[in-house]
Design a protein around this ligand. Structure first.
Ligand code: IPD
Ligand code: CA
Length: 273
């Protein structure tokens, strides 16, 4: 079957803008917050309402398509990724930022066909930045083409990473040890509090790599294709091929930066999506 990827992009950009309006409205008022897997893993009514709206809007236009959404999975739906066109949605990536009125939060909508991501949209509603990519057609921010930096040596790189929201002490200590190793090998680390925002920064050359264990497919599907289409590389943090369900990601401006990071970090075993 032929797929009109530009039509999918156009539709999803419209839905992402509508979602962004909902996030922006809720950003300035008091939020009611509930915790999920740990006291640092947060969800608000806005996350849930935005996800419902995105799924309802896309399902109306594409009734045969499937969905993986963060809040649906939290609510008990199975995370099933098949060859059928599947929209992968994080209604708000950076929910803790949203709760604390930090502007680095975004709506993420990715589309997988035959288990390959072919369209990605990351929209930051507070700063009105719309990052998009379609397989083979480049990456853009607000319609301006973006590309990764030319840095190819880790010692000249800035690396994004995150402590994440898991609060098991072994996990946190391994992450801190990994951060220490990266600091000693590079120009430094940055943590913006959203996997997708970190990846858009790498895609536009504002920093050179991002690595994290603990992410889910919805945090990185849309931003993954944005990094690739901007000329960057994606892999598993162990250095093996990228596996969107494996809970880890390493992306960089060049393969040499990525493999240098991979060699100095300890792996974390996490339950697959
Ligand atoms: C989280 C953010 C955070 C990352 C976590 C993610 P959420 O997503 O991307 O930066 O460290 O691993 O789970 O919960 O805000 O959608
Ligand atoms: Ca989220």
């Amino acid at each position: 079957m032929d797929h009109d990827l530009q039509d999918y992009l156009k539709t999803a950009v419209g839905v992402a803008r509508k979602a962004g309006d909902m996030v922006k409205k809720a950003y300035c008022v008091d939020k009611s917050v509930v915790t999920k897997e740990s006291y640092a893993d947060l969800v608000t009514e806005t996350d849930q309402a935005v996800e419902r709206m995105i799924i309802d809007s896309l399902a109306e236009k594409y009734p045969t398509h499937k969905f993986i959404g963060e809040e649906s999975v939290s609510g008990g739906k199975k995370c099933e990724w098949t060859d059928t066109p599947t929209w992968i949605i994080d209604p708000i990536d950076g929910t803790a930022n949203f709760v604390h009125s930090i502007p680095y939060n975004c709506v993420c909508i990715g589309l997988g066909i035959n288990r390959k991501i072919v369209v990605g949209i990351v929209y930051l509603p507070i700063t009105d930045q719309m990052y998009t990519a379609v397989k083979g057609q480049g990456a853009f921010c607000n319609d301006t083409r973006i590309s990764v930096s030319k840095v190819s040596d880790l010692k000249n790189a800035v690396v994004y990473t995150e402590a994440g929201n898991n609060r098991h002490s072994d996990t946190v200590l391994t992450k801190i040890e990994n951060m220490k190793n990266i600091v000693f090998a590079s120009h430094g680390i940055r943590c913006l509090g959203s996997a997708a925002v970190n990846m858009c920064m790498v895609a536009q050359g504002s920093g050179d790599a991002y690595v994290e264990y603990g992410i889910h497919i919805w945090d990185v599907a849309a931003s993954g294709i944005i990094v690739e289409e901007a000329g960057g590389v994606l892999m598993d943090p162990t250095g093996s091929e990228m596996d969107y369900l494996s809970r880890g990601i390493l992306c960089a401006s060049s393969p040499s930066v990525a493999t240098s990071i991979s060699k100095i970090i300890k792996p974390l075993e996490l339950e697959r999506d």
